[in-house]
Ligand binder design. Sequence first.
Ligand code: SF4
Length: 370
Amino acid sequence: MNANPMPRIMKQQKKSFSTRNETRRVKIRGVPIGGGTRVTVQSMLSVPTSDIERALGQIRELASAGCDIIRLAIRDRDAVEAFREIRSCVDLPLVADIHFDHRLAILAAEAGADKLRINPGNIGSDAKVREVASAALEYGIPIRIGVNAGSLPEKLARNEPTAEKMVEAARMEIEPLLESGFQDIVVSLKSHDPAMTIAANVLFAENFDLPLHIGVTEAGLPDVGAVRSAVGIGSLLISGIGDTIRVSLTGDPVEEVVVGKRILRACGLLKRGVELVSCPTCGRCRVDLIGVANEISRRLPQIEKYIQVAIMGCEVNGPGEAKMADVGIAGGNGYFLLFKKGKVIEKVPQEAVVERLLVEIEELAAVSDD
Ligand code: SF4
């Protein structure tokens, strides 16, 4: 008999999945970013800021989708004036996004921006960045230093971008600001490549305690972009890195918020509303599970309370998952067993199961957690 102890087959995990990286906290119109507070979801208007009616319409859509912070492009002085008017009509935090002309950032701060976003690669000299910081200090608003792999500062732009160069670009802007006493800084390091985005943010988090806005930039059309974003943003969040997120999709910004909230939910960082767990089905399934799951999903009530619902095809994994959920169903031959809080409460024919499950979800939603 081998007297040797069993070899270690699992490396010790350095950090719990649930541990968030410690960062400073900044506030954007009262909404905190960093310092262990909840991870917020951001998006950016796709219409010109100077088209006030359309901008307000898109802001309303984003707000009802659950967007926490909204960014607007400031191209010129007309956009600054439009921003001022939009600001007066909206409660959500609004971020002014400025490239090239630092004077627009100063004007946007005066026009009521709740945060400024500038890119060190194209805003120009340290002196200009310091002028922007001085305006931000005067109006009590944070600045996001947004580094993009595709627009690194000139001295770093030779050859291919790397995670190290991205962090260096951020450091070049951050250190003078910190030295001048400006503290309210959020940083983003984005690439279209999820792996480079992850590497840059991990490296940054190892060296700085500033809050991180994370996202995979230019992620693509919604189907592919959602996957690329889930890989990049999700990996970082799971390892505790990231204080606010933006999914960048070639499409409707509302879709960015929907995908962002799905990523947060998958990472266990959004415990609100109904979360569905459903099996992929296989040759053992003797109910129309896909039809039932789709109909339930379509008819789910919009609620604040967090409720887990399991929709399972058979007796293999069905009872286990259904027991773990708040309410669940496990398929048999043309019927489902209905589980609630770990116990079977009823046998329901397939034709009635959607209505029956929805009643249980509504009832759970109506019960107070106190
Ligand atoms: S729960 Fe049953 S039907 Fe669903 S995938 Fe597993 S074995 Fe197949």
